[in-house]
Design a protein around this ligand. Structure first.
Ligand code: HH2
Length: 263
């Protein structure tokens, strides 16, 4: 899954048009590089990021999804916590709703997911984006994340979401201490995969990598991103959410070819 963000600095029409063009060009590049799914987002989930109104978020993601859909059949997911945005995205051609709040943000999130009939990604997060890194606490991070995800999957199914449309995501970096929580979680992904739903893993350029490599800035975390993605693949995750598609695809091809040769 390749990340395509439309989170403009400028709110002028000119700025938005340029952002749309740039995002579409980026999507085209990821498709050419071998991505199998795109994740389009119009609101940053970074700690301390400013919230975006639904209308503004729709204005960012909807035209882009339409434009990608007009030229490609690639599956498109929308990264949003708002049912209104998910509805607009699905109407524009998205087939997956990636919700970092696991359908907890709005009272009608569960019902909207059931009604849309799209695939849904239920992600674990302790707390909320603004404050999640303040003081995350777990006794057993893998067990607690697994328990939460299973409960959310059950809530989604009870609301009418089909079992085969549900994906789970451990939410690396979302309300987790950099190494104390993220590392055991990444070492226990097979226990999340064993819950019986496809698992999506997002580790690309995340901060825990810098904690193992002298505070490396976000644009210098590719090696760590690929290492963590492969650790996930080795534990049966079904998809990895990445910024650097070409390099990740190459790593996965080499990895899979080696293991195929062994079998
Ligand atoms: N991580 C980010 C955003 N959305 N969705 C899922 N399902 N899983 C994730 O791990 C996940 C996500 C945050 O990634 P970041 O690199 O901080 O920002 P972005 O990729 O949006 O530029």
């Amino acid at each position: 899954m390749g990340v395509v963000n439309v989170t403009p600095d400028s709110f002028s029409d000119g700025g938005r048009f340029l952002d749309q063009e740039a995002a579409l060009a980026h999507a085209r590049r990821l498709i050419a590089e071998g991505v199998e799914m795109l994740d389009v987002g119009g609101e940053s989930t970074r700690p301390g990021a400013e919230p975006v109104a639904a209308e503004e978020e729709i204005a960012r993601v909807e035209p882009l999804i339409r434009a990608i859909r007009a030229e490609s059949a690639i599956p498109i997911s929308v990264d949003t916590m708002k049912p209104k945005v998910a509805r607009a995205a699905v109407a524009a051609g998205a087939s997956m709703w990636n919700d970092v709040t696991a359908l907890r943000h709005a009272p009608d999130s569960l019902a909207a997911a059931a009604e849309l009939g799209c695939e849904v990604v239920l992600m674990h997060m302790q707390g909320e984006p603004r404050t999640m890194q303040d003081e995350p606490r777990y006794d057993d991070v893998v067990a607690e994340v697994a328990e939460f995800l299973l409960a959310r999957a059950e809530a989604a199914m009870a609301a009418g979401v089909a079992r085969e449309r549900i994906w789970l995501d451990p939410g690396v970096g979302f309300g987790k201490h950099m190494l104390r929580h993220n590392l055991p979680l990444l070492a226990g992904l097979d226990r999340i995969a064993a819950l019986g739903f496809p698992v999506l893993l997002g580790v690309s350029r995340k901060r825990f990598i810098s904690a193992l490599d002298g505070d490396a800035p976000a644009d210098q975390r590719l090696g760590g991103s690929i290492a963590a993605a492969l650790a996930g693949v080795a534990q049966n995750v079904a998809a990895v959410r990445v910024h650097d598609v070409r390099e990740t695809v190459q790593a996965l091809r080499v990895w899979q070819a080696i293991w195929a040769a062994r079998a």
